[in-house]
Design a protein around this ligand. Structure first.
Ligand SMILES: [Zn+2]
Length: 236
């Protein structure tokens, strides 16, 4: 990477592929199923209105799965990059697990919400949460029984988009790790980064629908590709 202008600002987008190696499965665009549930039955506001118990039980289980999983070598490498990188860095993740943070990364933004966060619809407070919601626990802030998963469902606006777009506009390098390139708005980030003059790199298990937008695609397991790439960037 040495022959071009120096990199100062990096935006990294991570997706399902990086958590899959930690044993966490997620929504599959190929068949529309997530842990054998149709996504419209568990991951939409309509589903929550229609059958809140099913949705709460589903996310109670996802919370359990996240707590039982651990970060892998790809998460650890990104945490090392975060610690060693003096320029701007933003890790935008589509994943709802906290494996980036548990690996030690600090500059992480969860655009699709977090499994270990709950949101009170009565008072708007958010709380770190490791237990269940199916049993209707009261909100620690206001006492109301009105908490839902703090997850961006299909049909809802992803979190902190302005902040993401600002970071992409300043980025010299945009890296996409383990995402299919199929779900907008994240799928459009690479095009936006390229328009602003950033170099673009994809690290993915296989060629994605969005591969042709990237300057470079490296194919393989995130737990192998990400540590190699981080060592290149840090000049190790
Ligand atoms: Zn509340």
């Amino acid at each position: 990477m040495g022959e071009m202008s120096p990199i100062r600002n990096i935006v990294i987008l991570t997706g399902a592929g990086i958590s899959a190696e930690s044993g966490l499965r997620t929504f599959r665009a190929t068949d529309g199923l997530w842990e054998d549930h149709r996504v419209e039955d568990v991951a939409t506001p309509e589903a929550f209105r229609r059958d809140p118990a099913l949705v709460q039980r589903f996310y109670d289980q996802r919370r359990c799965d996240v707590l039982a999983a651990g970060p892998n070598a790809a998460h650890a490498a990104l945490a090392k990059l975060d610690a060693g990188w003096d320029g701007e860095l933003l890790i935008v993740t589509q994943n709802i697990d906290d494996l980036h943070e548990r690996a030690g990364a600090r500059r992480v933004l969860h655009m699709h919400g977090e499994a270990l966060s709950v949101w009170c619809l009565a008072c708007d407070a958010r709380h770190h949460w490791e237990g269940t919601l199916l049993d209707g626990p009261p909100c620690p802030s206001c006492g109301a029984i009105a908490m839902r998963p703090d997850i961006v469902w299909f049909g809802e606006m992803p979190y902190r988009m302005e902040e993401i777009f600002d970071a992409i506009a300043r980025a010299d390098l945009f890296v996409s790790i383990g995402t299919s390139g199929a779900v907008y708005p994240a799928a459009g980030f690479v095009q936006q980064a390229a328009q602003h003059g950033a170099r673009t790199l994809e690290l993915n298990l296989e060629r994605s629908q969005g591969s042709h937008w990237f300057d470079e695609s490296r194919l393989g397991a995130a737990s192998v590709l990400v540590p190699e790439w981080v060592d290149e960037v840090l000049g190790a």
